[in-house]
Design a protein around this ligand. Sequence first.
Ligand SMILES: Nc1ncnc2c1ncn2[C@@H]1O[C@H](COP(=O)(O)OP(=O)(O)OP(=O)(O)O)[C@@H](O)[C@H]1O
Ligand SMILES: [Mg+2]
Length: 319
Amino acid sequence: MTLPMTPRSVTESVRTDAPDIDCVDLVRIFRTKDVEVQALQGLTLRIQRGDMVAVIGASGSGKSTLLNVLSGLDQVSAGRATVAGHDMVTMGRAERVRFQRTSVGFVWQQTARNLLPYLTAAQNIAAVIAIAGGPRGAARARRVDELLDLLGVGDMRDRTAAEMSGGQQQRVAIAVAIANDPAVLLADEPTGELDEATSEEVLGAMRRVNEERGVTTLIVTHDATVSDQVRRTVQIRDGRTSTEVVRSTRVDELGDEYAVAEEYAVLDRVGRMQLPATFTESLDLRDRVRLTLESDHVGVRRAADKPEPTAEPAVGAER
Ligand SMILES: Nc1ncnc2c1ncn2[C@@H]1O[C@H](COP(=O)(O)OP(=O)(O)OP(=O)(O)O)[C@@H](O)[C@H]1O
Ligand SMILES: [Mg+2]
């Protein structure tokens, strides 16, 4: 995937070398009268400027909590989060409002939540440009048309949400979300209410926005098929990122391109990682495991198993 960097007219000073989304050991605890829910349990995620990433996880894994934190709608209990150069932890009220108006765009699952029902597509987009302090008059009208064309919904210009299909509403919603020319686009289950073919169209539209505008894009979803649409997929389990799949194309000896998908486990700052359930179940790994440091890998065995003899004895507390 090519990632041309269209210059972004973001007004604040953004360090271009820093990742656009940077979460380190993010914790969000919800306390109600008698229970405590740890929705995010030390989540680490770094997304480079211009990248498009899907975070995939089961219901309750903390996806919406993560997006609420990154969009400035919710606050963290511990850890660090930076979005487009803004520190989400120390940010004050005025900076939060400015951040939401100029640096970030959102698309929600519920198509009805994305558009004001009594405004047309063009008016919805124009309202966001106005709030962000964007161009006025003819320049604003041109920008509205440009955005509608980019998302392939020029013919929805004068329709309200009730006069559009779900897929059309979501594509207009993406136009609205990027109308403030944001550095970062966040989407929570943007295809959750759509059928497969329409989902693909909407994700294709997001990819086009990402490629043509250089908008750093994060999609959270429980739909594993989204991973086919993005280069990088991160799996979230129990409020932590656990594994990651990176897709790329390689060229074989005949010069033909082929796609490869490589899966990685996420190793956090203090050395924690999660073993996939398929691994732990098939080898019956639980409670305590034995680790051995080999010359080029780390071995994980059941505590009761004897390590295989190696030519060079492994370092550490083996015996
Ligand atoms: N405001 C809240 N108060 C208490 N608990 C909450 C709150 N918001 C979320 N939670 C809990 O935090 C956990 C993560 O919720 P979250 O909404 O982030 O999950 P999700 O991955 O988005 O799930 P889904 O796919 O169903 O949308 C859940 O156990 C949920 O019940
Ligand atoms: Mg959710």
